[in-house]
Ligand binder design. Structure first.
Ligand code: M6R
Length: 607
């Protein structure tokens, strides 16, 4: 996730306006920044690694001339946070500048093709193929707009791009596919940005550029066309009546709710991971003598779910370990044959890094899964995968959890293929369902949110909750409980459902709320038995079930539903979503601030 901003002004300098706009987009990424402007027939560009203020202090971003320009605040995906990887990227002759948000999946092939044609690349990014492709098309005599159109036709993946060129210094051309891009329209200026708040101080009139569209901005106004058939699109700007603070959250009252709603988009991104990293990591896992899955908090729950995925799909036994216990529990037995798959959203959690350090000292292999490229974990891991969730502002991990689950399931599937442990039919089914997960999550949010709100009202006064699930769903139960505890301050318990009768059941009395996570997998029948045990003691039963699971619904006081027909190892992704929403609305009912729970920090950097 990155932020892009561009503008054409009639009065004033573009650079300072872009700088201001990028500040409003900094929440989308902040590891490097850059601005390019055009004056006369000359391109001016400044970019560097670091937060906007840091880069501005060194380079004075405002000191670029011209009334037209583009800017970018980066969240590294391909290529670490170095100056040469910062946007804008340019062509060989510095005549075209491009900013991009998204992932170009086929950049390796495109880059090879362009290098063959004599293009020189300066960065390790996927984005840099875009200005070079445009350069090629301009060489053929196409106009800037035509060149952009022909270029985007060749791109696989997701993109929101803004392009300027000295060849047509009065135009700003943008295109969009699966990454956000909005147009801001004022009396004497036009803006393009990843998000409305970026230009809200300048104008409250906005039009959304849709997927598969190209917008051309110039002094004369703007024109939107369909990339494929070049049909003109008539779209009048709408008036936005959000307060600036609301706008940053895209109209949601809290970042947590925005991030829960963002999950379908983020999950789509995690399906576009670079093949070579997945393959490399799978090779290490395949060779490992023993595999530890190491993490804290929510990331640990992802590891726990992953241990079921690896075991069930790839027949690989792994050890999920809470990072703060790793050294005590396994520190002395770890050796050169051990591999740690370390999961950390921030890549900076002190307990997790301590486990990594101790394992490295014993020559173990460390693999990392993180959301922050450039974090300590990415520096110390032999191979790392960036989970592509974009910055998560809410302290409670939501979208980063489901992205982690998606990546881990892809690794399990790949390992299963490599080891020949899975039939073609199963592979196809899992791959097909993985592709459907973003839509499934979307429909869970759409169909269940109102119901969750009602449940939160009904159960708001309960002092304690149980969360139970069997098999892989026990990880979902733990995560549902952690969410409720950390943001609604409700003491709660979570257990594998079978374990509940070995002690915790003594707490249950009339009306005690017990939440069961019950996908229709191999545990279904046994879970019914566990529900009956709780019902017999007067518990209020809330279930998360597959649509049409009438058997379990008939036993429950309340139910939340998820689309049917998911393979067991993928079920945690949609099943956790109603529990995230439940925690959020319980926090609201109990007047707690879900974005800033007391005593917690987004990244826990102390042991
Ligand atoms: O950045 P990490 O994934 O290493 O963080 C680990 C935990 O601190 C984190 O998951 C924490 O439990 C979440 N805030 C829970 O929502």
């Amino acid at each position: 996730m990155c932020g892009i901003f561009g503008c054409i002004l009639r009065t004033g300098e573009a650079a300072s306006t872009i700088h201001e706009g990028l500040k409003k987009l900094e929440y989308r990424g902040y590891d490097s920044v850059g601005i390019a402007t055009i004056q006369g027939r000359q391109l001016f560009l400044k970019k560097d690694r670091g937060k906007i203020d840091e880069v501005h202090e060194i380079h004075n971003l405002d000191a670029l001339p011209g009334q037209l320009g583009i800017g970018h605040t980066r969240w590294a995906t391909h290529g670490a946070a170095y100056q040469e990887n910062a946007h804008p990227h340019t062509d060989c002759k510095n005549q075209v500048a491009v900013v991009h948000n998204g992932i170009i999946e086929n950049f390796v092939e495109l880059k090879a093709e362009l290098e063959e044609l004599g293009h020189t690349f300066r960065s390790k990014t996927d984005t840099e193929v875009i200005p070079h492709l445009i350069e090629e098309k301009l060489k053929e005599g196409l106009s800037l707009v035509e060149a952009v159109r022909e270029t985007v036709k060749r791109l696989d993946g997701s993109y929101a791009i803004a392009v300027i060129s000295v060849k047509e210094p009065d135009k700003l051309v943008c295109a969009r596919k699966e990454s956000p891009l909005v147009l801001g329209v004022a009396e004497d200026s036009l803006y393009i940005a990843s998000d409305i708040p970026a230009f809200l101080p300048k104008t409250n009139k906005s039009a959304i550029i849709q997927d598969g569209e190209i917008a051309v901005l110039s002094d004369e106004g703007y024109e939107i066309r369909k990339t494929l058939d070049w049909k003109l699109v008539t779209r009048e700007p709408e008036v936005i009546d959000w307060a600036p603070e609301m706008a940053e959250k895209q109209g949601y009252p809290h970042f947590m709710l925005k991030e829960i709603h963002e999950q379908p988009l983020r999950l789509r991104n995690t399906l576009r991971l670079q093949d070579q990293y997945l393959e490399l990591m799978t090779t290490f896992l395949d060779r490992a003598g023993e595999v530890f899955l190491v993490a804290c908090g929510t990331s640990y729950h992802a590891c726990l779910a992953a241990s079921y995925m690896f075991s069930k799909v790839a027949l690989l036994a792994t050890h999920p370990v809470v990072a703060s216990e790793f050294v005590e529990q396994h520190g002395k037995s770890v050796n050169i044959d051990s591999t740690l798959l370390v999961v950390s959203q921030s890549g900076e959690t002190a307990d997790t890094l301590a486990a990594v350090e101790s394992a490295r000292l014993r020559a173990a292999t460390v693999l990392g899964l993180t959301n922050i490229v450039g974090s300590t974990l990415t520096r110390v891991a032999r191979v790392y995968i960036s989970q592509q969730s974009g910055p998560e502002i809410g302290v409670a991990a939501t979208k980063t959890f489901t992205s982690q689950l998606s990546v881990l399931s892809q690794l399990a599937l790949r390992l299963a293929k490599k080891r020949g442990k899975i039939s073609h039919v199963e592979i196809e089914n899992l791959e097909e369902k993985l592709e459907q997960i973003p839509e499934i999550v979307e429909s869970v949010i759409l169909s269940q949110e109102e119901k969750v709100k009602r449940l939160a009202k009904k159960y708001r006064g309960k002092p304690c909750f149980f969360f139970l699930g069997r098999g892989i769903s026990s990880a979902v139960a733990l995560e549902g409980r952690l969410k409720l505890m950390e943001i609604a301050y409700l003491p709660s318990l979570a257990y594998p459902a079978g374990e509940s009768k070995h002690g915790p059941i003594s707490l249950v009395e009339s009306g005690f709320p017990v939440v069961f996570v019950c996908p229709k997998d191999g545990t279904h029948k046994t879970v019914i038995g566990n529900i009956m045990e709780m019902k017999a003691r007067g518990a209020s039963i809330i279930v998360v079930v597959e649509k049409g699971d009438e058997e379990i619904k008939s036993l429950a006081d309340d139910y939340l539903e998820v689309e049917t027909g998911l393979p067991e190892v993928l079920s945690p992704i949609p099943f956790v979503v109603p529990l995230q929403l439940f925690a959020y609305y319980m926090a609201i009912e109990r007047e707690c601030d879900p974005d800033k729970p007391r005593n917690l920090a987004k990244s826990v950097t102390v042991k």
